[in-house]
Design a protein around this ligand. Structure first.
Ligand code: DC
Length: 220
């Protein structure tokens, strides 16, 4: 079984997808973390989006893994735990840029399909239900007002990084990322035709989880 949850930045997809995966006891794929890890690697090696030779080499060298350590999903970039490092605003911005490149999306799409091949998954991202797993059993698209998403993102960043963040700057970045994600030529963000669209602006996490779980029928 594949359940896809797509939507823009800061809509709560990650939190919701994790809860659904725990509730149904199936695995969780955070595809955004893969774009973030790739952006971090490029940043560390000073590789720019337009340097196609270095980018091709990067795509061969890079190894992204999700490892569960004591119940917590960790993101490994080659041998390094980058779980927290990939959550900065700078990496969010860079990830969005690299995500607009066909060569990057092609490689990550193959990795995502390979990961999901043998087990039941909740796959979360921007193009899970539209381009990566069009055959998914259940598709959801979460949306929310940008102002509310910025607030959620700022709170999340403060919790993870332990620093105060400028909320209007986060809103600016959310709008910028929406624009990049929705208007890119390859696999732009949009709801799949057969997805259930949920506006989470006024909903609690529990409300959203219930709306999703109510639609999923587990065989056996
Ligand atoms: O969901 P996120 O904020 O962690 O995603 C980081 C960036 O990666 C986001 O700007 C868009 C990109 N992304 C994508 O293009 N396709 C996906 N399936 C997931 C993320």
């Amino acid at each position: 079984m594949i359940i896809t949850i797509d939507g823009p930045s800061g809509v709560g997809k990650g939190t919701i997808a994790k809860i659904i995966s725990e509730k149904l006891n199936i695995k969780y794929l955070d595809s955004g973390a893969m774009y973030r890890a790739l952006a971090l690697y490029a940043d560390m090696h000073n590789i720019k989006e337009n340097d196609s030779d270095k980018l091709k080499k990067l795509l061969i060298d890079i190894h992204i893994q999700f490892i569960n350590e004591d119940g917590i999903d960790k993101v490994y970039l080659n041998t390094e735990d980058v779980t927290d490092e990939i959550r900065t605003n700078e990496i969010s911005r860079l990830a969005s840029k690299f995500a607009s490149l066909e060569i990057v999306r092609g490689i990550l799409r193959e990795m995502q399909k390979r990961i999901v091949r043998k087990k039941d998954y909740v796959a979360e991202g921007r193009d899970m239900g539209t381009y990566v797993f069009p055959e998914a059993n259940y598709k959801f698209y979460l949306d929310a007002d940008p102002q509310i998403r910025a607030e959620r993102r700022a709170n999340q960043l403060e919790k993870i990084l332990g620093i105060k963040v400028n909320k209007s700057k986060v809103l600016e970045e959310i709008n910028e990322r929406d624009e990049l994600d929705k208007t890119r030529a390859i696999c732009p963000l949009h709801p799949a035709e057969d997805s259930v669209i949920i506006d989470t602006s006024e909903l609690s996490i529990d409300n959203v989880v219930n709306k999703i779980s109510d639609r999923i029928i587990i065989d056996g």
